[in-house]
Design a protein around this ligand. Structure first.
Ligand SMILES: Cc1cc2nc3c(=O)[nH]c(=O)nc-3n(C[C@H](O)[C@H](O)[C@H](O)COP(=O)(O)OP(=O)(O)OC[C@H]3O[C@@H](n4cnc5c(N)ncnc54)[C@H](O)[C@@H]3O)c2cc1C
Ligand code: FES
Length: 293
């Protein structure tokens, strides 16, 4: 992980999102899909914590080498401040942070499932998978047309792409989970990747478990330090041999996890209040083959 005082090259709006491109050669060189950046905020009580954003693009070669792009939706005070930063001002950035997505060694057909800004990291992944000769199909969901993430880029990056919107303003009406079984069948998916809200990731996990499909997901958990010290960002993850679970830190042990090993009820707060040990479920903890399959 490097720290950079990074100049903003551009800060543009597209649909419901903002895209910030910064000059940070050392971070750009090291960044891989699934990893994220930690951006310092200005001084002030509302801004004690850094804000975190997935890497959307990293240019390691060519005319724009040494630049990084991240994208975000305006959410609260931090993203509002960021939306108003102009080209040629500077950001204090840490990165790249976290474990990246792993690529399948032998399997080729990769289905990438994204909702909302989750598409940011998956489009970067799509590009790298294609560079490795893999087939990439995309299933992209959003609340409405404005929130559909870069649809033209999605089409360019994939063999086939399907869009789902909750209000039907683009593609089919519904969620990515409605289209997932058909799309997996139609594309001959052998490996699944997903990024988006927790409930969608859980739906993808259930689907993959029922079909025995290997999968990786990128999670977003609230973060304090963002680099492994405070344990505010833990996700309960079963050990490979099913002997129990460990509270793994989304910032450094993740944000990419095997969804079959995540204890979803517990993580989503349905079984054990925060800070309490998770009892062994009657069926035991899941034992799962390790990635890549
Ligand atoms: C690993 C990771 C990658 C992310 N990638 C992206 C991305 O690519 N694009 C994007 O739009 N958003 C992304 N997010 C969510 C983004 O970090 C939050 O939207 C942002 O921190 C909100 O800050 P705020 O000050 O505008 O909102 P506020 O609600 O005012 O934030 C208050 C506090 O809550 C935290 N917080 C609020 N919402 C979230 C959230 N959803 N996840 C984690 N922490 C949150 C903030 O960091 C801050 O500490 C990512 C989060 C994580 C953990
Ligand atoms: S945010 Fe501090 S350990 Fe992950």
């Amino acid at each position: 992980m490097k720290r950079a005082r990074a100049e903003i090259l551009s800060n543009r709006r597209f649909g419901a999102y903002h895209s910030v491109t910064i000059v940070a050669p050392e971070i750009a060189e090291a960044a891989r899909p699934g990893q994220f950046l930690s951006v310092a905020m200005p001084e002030g009580r509302a801004f004690l914590l850094r804000r975190h954003f997935s890497v959307h693009q990293s240019a390691r070669r060519g005319g724009w080498a040494g630049t990084l792009e991240f994208t975000f939706e305006e959410h609260g005070q931090g993203t509002d401040w960021l939306a108003h930063q102009r080209a040629h001002s500077f950001l204090d950035v840490l990165g790249p942070i976290g474990t990246p997505f792993a690529f399948p060694r032998k399997l080729t057909n990769c289905l990438l499932v994204a909702e909302g800004h989750g598409a940011g990291s998956l489009y970067f992944l799509a590009q790298e998978l294609r560079a490795q000769g893999k087939r990439v199909d995309l299933l992209v969901g959003a609340a409405d047309l404005d929130h559909v993430f870069k649809p033209i880029e999605g089409k360019r990056l994939s063999q086939t792409v399907a869009f789902m919107t909750a209000d039907g303003s683009m593609g089919e009406r519904g969620s990515v989970l409605d289209a997932l079984p058909g799309m997996a069948e139609q594309t001959g998916a052998q490996v699944l990747y997903a990024a988006g809200p927790q409930r969608m990731l859980r739906g993808v996990a259930d689907f993959c478990r029922s079909r025995g499909l290997p999968a990786q997901i990128a999670v977003e958990e609230r973060m304090g330090c963002g680099y492994g010290l405070c344990y505010t960002c833990t996700v309960p993850v079963a050990r490979k041999d099913g002997s129990g679970y460990d509270p793994l830190r989304a910032c450094v042990d993740g944000p990419v996890f095997n969804p079959a090993r995540v204890l979803w009820d517990q993580w989503m707060g349905e079984a054990a209040p925060a800070g309490q040990m998770i009892p062994t479920p009657p069926e035991g903890f899941p034992a799962v083959r390790s990635w890549p399959d």
